[in-house]
Design a protein around this ligand. Structure first.
Ligand code: BG6
Length: 607
């Protein structure tokens, strides 16, 4: 996720653009840039790193005079966070500058076409294909060129564009990425969200998909793709800046839980082509696989638990033995890792020291390393032989949610890709691709079908300890569910394989002991049901997470959370959502600092 801003008015543009970018920095902060128009043309200034560097480079905008311009703060998806890849990008003829938030799924083919037509690329970004298309289609009318350009694009985009033939005018286009216009007095704005606008105006026009806006200092016009001008309502922004950064949610964690359907969509859709999984980033991996005899997954925290859940799909579809190892343990276990091992490293930040150390140890033993990372250009991404990015956008809350579920979606895609590449017998990859594509919708359903979760939190928030139990894929979910509860609500929570309880731990079950039973794996529900009955016989109170409408669990459980039916191999990404929400609301009941839990860090870069 990136942040874009635009300004046109009677005053200097650069200071307003820089201020707006500072407010959007939470959306992405690995590089930034502005493009300002004046009599000498378009003046572009870009930096890697934070907005502060851009302020310094432009002397707070003094070095880029002009009264209209656009700006961008980047969360890298295509191309490392370098100055060349930073936005704004210029057309070859220097007439156009563009900023973009979103992902262009068909950028590879467009890039090849444009290159064959003689267009020269300065960056590795998907965005740059857009500005060259605009130049190619421009015949004197910018909006017409924008319509022809966007007709060629597949994916999501919020665009800001300026053109030297239209001094004082800024253009904005919206498709599946948020874009809001700010209506001022003698000046007008656009931005990715209201955070960047509220300091200047509280009059907002929310653009819809397929709309094209043209702003001058005293006019705001919005058109559809046919050139028909649209009547747009001006809304009053009531949020304060802090609330706006969280999109109106009280905490980043809740915002990021709710973003999961969109995050999975962004991670999955660009990799599904003609009913198959395509990883452009894994070009020579098929040859490597010929010598691979086992897969070892290593990570820390929730990333490790994502590996534990993804293991079932990888083994079932890829038919390669998969081991999971905590990174902080692997490096001291004298691991049986060699050139016949594929090490899969999972890390949201790409900077976790234990994971980096385990990766280096494994590489030294000959392993081939595939990384699943959210932060482009991070240490782990650079060290790996192959990297698949989870395009979850920046995750601000320390306790990961969309990071974990997008890691799972990549593991699911990888399991299908293995089946395709290795030709696993009797695996209907088409079925699993369709199942994968349904995950964003199923996650949204698992949010919508549990309106009572905040009420349940009031019932469970004061317990000294909670048990999370489950079998197979449900056990992997119980591991992550217990960790979420511990790390943000500070309640002691223990996850157990449900079948293991009777071998000792059940001694701890006493009257009113809460047990959260994860029983969504239809194949094993009867077994977990017997464990629920076992603990209830000893006085436990059972909150069951199960499939909506399940007739066996519902009569037995004291409380219930539901998910829609989903195949066990890919169910963890759906099952975890009600447990994320439960942990969130329990923590809220306990008055915890949810986005910054005590003693924790978003990424632990020390061992
Ligand atoms: C912990 C974080 O410090 O590190 C967890 O609080 C995370 O949320 C774990 O799962 C691993 O971090 P990463 O960045 O390697 O996934």
């Amino acid at each position: 996720m990136c942040g874009i801003v635009g300004f046109t008015g009677t005053g200097e543009a650069a200071p307003v653009l820089l201020d707006g970018l500072k407010k959007l920095e939470y959306r992405g902060y690995d590089s930034a840039g502005i493009a300002v128009m004046n009599d000498s043309g378009i003046n572009v200034s870009k930096v890697t790193g934070r907005i502060a560097g851009l302020c310094e480079k432009t002397d707070n905008g003094a070095k880029t005079p002009g009264t209209s311009g656009i700006g961008h703060t980047r969360w890298a998806t295509h191309g490392a966070p370098t100055e060349e890849n930073a936005h704004p990008h210029l057309s070859n003829d220097g007439k156009f500058a563009i900023v973009h938030n979103g992902i262009i799924e068909n950028f590879s083919s467009l890039r090849e076409e444009l290159k064959s037509r003689g267009y020269v690329f300065e960056s590795e970004t998907d965005t740059e294909v857009i500005v060259h298309l605009i130049e190619m289609y421009y015949k004197g009318n910018v909006r017409e060129a924008l319509v022809k350009t966007t007709n060629r694009l597949r994916g999501s985009y919020a665009l800001g564009v300026i053109c030297t033939d239209e001094p004082g005018k800024i253009f904005a286009v919206r498709e599946s990425s948020p874009l809001i216009l700010g209506v001022g007095v003698g000046d007008n704005y656009f931005a990715s969200d209201v955070t960047a606008l509220v300091a200047y105006t509280r009059n907002a026009v929310y653009m819809e998909d397929g709309e094209y806006a043209e702003l001058t200092n005293d006019t705001v016009k919005v058109y559809d793709c046919t050139g028909q001008e649209l009547e747009k309502e001006v809304s009053r922004i009531t949020w304060d800046v802090q609330a706006a950064e969280k999109g109106g949610y009280e905490h980043f964690m809740l915002k990021e839980i709710m973003e999961q359907p969109a995050a999975l969509k962004a991670t999955i859709e660009p990799r599904v082509r003609d009913g198959k999984i395509v990883f452009d980033e894994l070009k020579d991996l098929p040859d490597v696989l010929k010598n691979i005899r086992k897969i070892v997954i290593t990570a820390c925290g929730s990333a490790y638990y994502a590996g534990c859940a993804g293991k079932y799909a990888l083994e079932s579809l890829g038919r390669i033995p998969v081991e999971t190892e905590l990174a902080s343990e692997l490096r001291y276990n004298n691991p049986l890792i060699d050139e016949h091992t594929l090490l899969i490293v999972i890390s949201q930040s790409g900077e976790t020291a234990d994971t980096i150390a385990a990766m280096k140890e494994s590489k030294s033993r000959g392993a081939h390393v595939l990384a699943i990372v959210n932060v482009v250009g991070s240490t782990i991404a650079k060290l790996a032989d192959h990297t698949i990015y989870t395009w979850a956008g920046p995750e601000i809350a320390v306790a990961t949610t969309k990071g974990y579920t997008t890691q799972l979606s990549v593991l699911y895609m990888l399991s299908i890709w293995f089946a395709q590449t290795l030709g696993t017998k009797d695996v209907d990859t088409g079925y699993y691709v369709n199942l994968l594509k349904s995950l964003p919708r199923l996650i949204q359903q698992s949010i919508d079908m549990n309106p009572s979760v905040s009420g349940l939190a009031r019932k469970y928030h004061s317990n000294r300890s909670l048990f999370f139990i489950g079998r197979n894929t449900d056990y992997a979910v119980a591991l992550e569910g217990a960790l979420k509860m511990k790390e943000i609500s500070y309640l002691h929570a223990e996850s157990y394989a449900a079948g293991e309880l009777k071998h000792g731990t059940i001694a701890l079950i006493e009257e009113h002991q809460p047990v959260i039973a994860v029983c969504c794996n239809e194949r094993l529900i009867e077994k977990t049901l017997s464990n629920i009955i076992e603990v209830k016989a000893r006085g436990a109170k059972v909150l069951a997470l199960t499939i909506s409408g399940n007739k066996k669990i519902v009569p037995v459980a004291d409380d219930l959370l539901f998910i829609p039916p989903v195949d066990e191999l890919f169910s963890a990404a759906v099952e975890i959502v009600p447990l994320q929400l439960l942990a969130y609301y329990v923590a809220k009941e306990n008055g915890c600092d949810i986005d910054k839990p005590k003693n924790l860090a978003k990424s632990v870069t020390v061992e």
